[in-house]
Design a protein. Structure first.
Length: 148
């Protein structure tokens, strides 16, 4: 999924984010913020990577999430990595196409087909494995599906 075109990385302050983003993207951010309950939420760092992940020429959204509730850091990260949420353009607007925990997520073409590759620990398309590895997801026309 990561084409040769360099991805645009944008740090997004929460106050401006919801008004400037498509509703499904803003909803994904709100869902992450809800983990804070009544404490003020600050996604720190919250990086939105904009790149075309499904090959339609429209920049999509990859959300890389870390969270603070008030003065406390709330780690949503663990052995499996941190949340990676991908929303891709479709004829119905932006839709969720991948929601995983990983240490990194690379989007690029694989044999001419959009693909995502995640560096994760102990998980491989629903089955458990010992130790680190990469999981590959291929675009099936509507979402990223496990290739393993």
């Amino acid at each position: 999924m990561r084409p040769a075109v360099a991805a645009l990385l944008v740090a997004v302050p929460l106050a401006a984010a919801a008004d400037d983003l498509p509703p499904p993207v803003a909803a994904a951010i709100a869902e992450v913020e809800a983990a804070c309950g009544s404490a003020p939420a600050r996604i720190d760092p919250f990086v939105i990577d904009r790149q075309d992940v499904n090959g339609d020429g429209v920049p999509d959204f990859i959300l890389n999430v870390g969270l603070r509730c008030g003065d406390e850091e709330v780690s949503q990260c663990g052995l499996m990595g941190c949340p990676k949420i991908v929303l891709a353009s479709s004829k119905n607007g932006f839709v969720l196409v991948l929601d995983i925990y990983a240490h990194d997520l690379r989007c690029r073409a694989l044999n001419g087909r959009p693909a995502a590759s995640a560096n994760d620990e102990g998980w491989n398309c629903g089955s458990v494995r010992r130790g680190p590895g990469r999981t590959t997801f291929l675009w099936d026309g509507t979402r990223f599906a496990c290739a393993e």
